[in-house]
Design a protein around this ligand. Sequence first.
Ligand SMILES: [Zn+2]
Ligand SMILES: [Zn+2]
Length: 352
Amino acid sequence: MPYLVRENLFIGNIRDAAEVLQNGSAEITHILSVLSSVSISFFTEWRSGVIIPTKEIKKVRVGDEWRSCLATNKVLYSLEHAGKELKLVRMAVPIRDMESEDLLDYLDVCLDFIQKTRKKGAVLVHCFAGVSRSAAIITAYLMKTEQLSLEDALESLRQSCESVGPNDGFLEQLKMFEEMGFKVDHASPIYKRFHLKALGEFYNRGEKIDSSKFGADPGAPTKVPSNEEASPIGGEKGIPSYHCKKCHRVVALQENVVDHVPGEGETSFTWSKQKSGNPFNKSDESECSSIFVEPLKWMTAVEEGMLEGKLSCADCEARLGYFNWSGIQCSCGSWITPAFQLHESRVDVGTV
Ligand SMILES: [Zn+2]
Ligand SMILES: [Zn+2]
């Protein structure tokens, strides 16, 4: 039996979902399936003899313009009428129960669905065992709608259903969700680090990384801002940016920078100089002789698939830095992996 979590919100496993889909339910009107495949045939493969009629409403794929960690054209979700007399509406998202699986990029569509359907009827969120994936989604939902910390949301969910336990990778992502203010903020440094790590994993698995996963080129001709002086918003000084020292082309904006804590990292050797967490040692930041950025569309060398290489200015070809998928050590001692590095001596700081 599904467990009631909140009014009109249930959590369950595949057996609960199959039961509702086959026989209908007095209460449940909507189902959110979180399984490795969005296809209804997952149920038949799970137990032969389970036949569930469906009628597709729509299938939404990951777009090019949406710079998530998901591969372009992968199914984001499917929506269909399903079950007895096609009375239920089922949304399905393809998430595997693995620590490395991207949960964050599905949260918006899942939480939206839950929120909307709870107003019309009751929704069952289910995965295979009703332990990790469905619990992770509902935990995020409780965090967002009730402004609860990860720990409090999980504790609250456990009062309805004792056995829940999202996997460690999901817990880590839910913590990021909390730190981003209960939203998936693609501009946040937290998301950028997550995105970079995901790209590194793509690379290690031998997948081709195309530039649709890269940040926009701030120096692209179409993006040249016209008369910034005329900006009507008082006091705005423009966006901090980095320029090629030789030709002054914009190569990165402040928002492209992936921050690191100076002297921290997997194999940092600066422990004798600075212990992490000491707020009075900020001056050590000046020891970084590089800035690290997310991969940007002008970095064509990265698309060639090499493990490492030079980063050269797209206009004058001056050498600006280096990239290495397996990491580069900053002069402060921190390892940044993967690393897209601009040498401070090769770029100027300015505004656009
Ligand atoms: Zn550094
Ligand atoms: Zn240049």
